[in-house]
Design a protein around this ligand. Structure first.
Ligand SMILES: [Mg+2]
Length: 191
């Protein structure tokens, strides 16, 4: 199997960067201490890195789609050589403003953002992972056929008990470094 077809999908807020309620300024973007080194190690091991994010703040009128793109560029700038390959975002919300107040098929935990990225990058989802700090991230993983991991950064600690009750086999990590250690221990080396 071509290992470059593997990916790790990442939630944004509370997973890659510190949670900032409806982040709307580039100055609010702050990577966790482990983010860049963890992504770099995964990238070196042949994983594609893809950000998957619900951004209902667009539908709610808090910020624009252009800002969501700018924020991704800023995160990648801060990541430097560990920059991600792609982002998919959902700007919709039923309680938002038209035309974005639709019952879309992309909002997590629906799987279409992962399926779209997989098609664009030619990914093998059965050997890929989805990491996030909320129930919607975990259920997205299951819905898309990738292995989900919970990190206890962001809202992860709050979500932990309920998720473990519903998904006893769910694997939980304190941060992205421990999550990366686990992935890389499963498949040491590359090629
Ligand atoms: Mg999150």
């Amino acid at each position: 199997m071509n290992q470059s077809n593997k990916a790790v999908f990442f939630d944004r807020d509370g997973t890659l960067i510190k949670e900032a309620h409806y982040l709307s300024k580039l100055e609010q973007i702050e990577l966790f201490a482990q983010t860049a080194s963890s992504l770099w190690r995964l990238k070196e091991a042949g994983y594609k890195l893809v950000m998957i994010t619900n951004q209902s703040g667009v539908a709610r009128g808090y910020f624009t789609e252009a800002f969501v793109l700018e924020a991704f560029e800023e995160i990648n700038r801060q990541l430097g050589p560990a920059a991600m390959d792609r982002m998919e975002y959902c700007p919709h919300h039923l309680q938002g403003l038209p035309p974005l107040n639709i019952d879309c098929d992309c909002r997590k935990p629906k799987p279409s953002m992962i399926l779209k990225a997989a098609q664009a990058l030619g990914l093998d989802l059965s050997s890929s992972f989805m990491v996030g700090d909320k129930r919607c991230d975990i259920e997205l993983g299951y819905n898309a056929g990738v292995t989900p991991f919970l990190v206890t950064t962001g809202y992860g600690l709050k979500e932990l008990d309920g998720l473990k009750a519903d998904y006893p086999k769910l694997q939980v990590f304190a941060n992205l470094a421990q999550m990366a250690d686990h992935i890389l221990a499963q498949a040491p080396g590359f090629g």
